[in-house]
Design a binder for this molecule. Structure first.
Ligand SMILES: NC(=O)c1ccc[n+]([C@@H]2O[C@H](COP(=O)([O-])OP(=O)(O)OC[C@H]3O[C@@H](n4cnc5c(N)ncnc54)[C@H](OP(=O)(O)O)[C@@H]3O)[C@@H](O)[C@H]2O)c1
Length: 255
């Protein structure tokens, strides 16, 4: 039996994997929420690794609030960078393979062709920069790792754009959605299946995984409402009409 320890178990990806974990024969999953395993705390990491001695650690734990990260810079780095360093250190100690999710936000979005794994990251906000630092720690410490960069994750679980749109539709008859940021919505359960296939390949390293469709947030919102038979007016707006603290990449397509 291969034991997989999953961090950040109560987040969107953690819930998604929990919902299908019984499909993966030969694997035993240990799902740990942030209260049990705070990845920023090396003692927490050591204690849980000593107890479970996992063959694989899937790191879904992250500071994911892109807006708040611009103010809580230290906290974002503590989780997304130092947390990865801690996990990399204990993975090395216990000969555990680390599977880590990273993001399209490591790139600046200035290209107009899909970003390759060979392209150099150049994050334009704190969240992206902290995630990039986390990737670097993992690559520095480990050989047995998979870093999966993905984008615009959605599902029926937790916080994500789909669920935000559906919630907004309960109280609004008209909404404005940005139409000049381009990316690829990626279904959380597709990431789980991709990840579980990937770990059997032993082809370690960095990989990009994203949904097939390239679209704007506006296009994505329209599809969400259509699929759920919701009648709401959606107005396309420019990024400049929706000011945010954190800059967003204009073109966020992963190859
Ligand atoms: N969502 C996206 O669109 C997207 C896109 C690209 C990549 N990703 C990456 O995919 C991964 C999973 O994202 P997600 O959508 O599942 O995010 P999420 O729903 O925000 O879940 C993140 C989880 O991490 C936990 N966490 C925060 N700080 C922690 C710490 N110090 N120690 C342990 N756990 C901690 C949170 O627990 P609490 O709630 O208890 O704090 C939460 O359960 C992240 O690495 C993210 O960067 C996400």
């Amino acid at each position: 039996m291969i034991r997989i320890l999953v961090t950040g178990a109560n987040g969107q990806m953690g819930q998604a994997l929990q919902s299908i974990s019984n499909q993966f024969i030969g694997f035993e999953f240990v799902f740990l929420a942030s209260k049990v395993l705070n990845i920023s705390n090396i003692e927490d990491c050591n204690r849980n690794f000593e107890h479970y001695k996992p063959n694989i650690c899937v790191n879904f734990a992250a500071y994911t609030n892109v807006e708040k990260a611009e103010e809580e810079i230290e906290l974002a780095y503590q989780v997304n960078a130092e947390g990865c360093k801690n996990l990399a250190e204990v993975c090395l100690l216990y000969d555990t393979t680390l599977v880590h999710l990273s993001t399209d936000f490591v790139f600046d979005g200035q290209q107009n062709t899909p970003y390759r794994i060979s392209d150099t990251p150049n994050p334009i906000n704190v969240y992206g920069a902290s995630k990039w630092k986390g990737e670097q720690y993992i690559q520095h410490f480990l050989v047995k790792y998979y870093i999966i960069r993905t984008s615009w994750v959605y599902s029926e679980f937790g916080h994500n754009f789909r669920n935000t749109m559906l919630k907004l539709a309960q109280t609004k008859s008209e909404i404005n959605v940005v139409n000049d940021q381009i990316g690829c919505p990626t279904y959380a359960l597709d990431i789980c299946h991709f990840m579980m296939n990937l770990i059997s390949t032993k082809k370690y390293g960095l990989v990009h995984f994203r949904g097939d469709r390239i679209c704007s947030w506006y296009d994505f919102a329209v599809s969400i409402f259509e699929e759920n038979n919701i009648d709401i007016k959606v107005n396309p707006i420019r990024t400049t009409e929706y000011p945010t603290k954190a800059k967003r990449p204009q073109y966020s397509v992963l190859e």
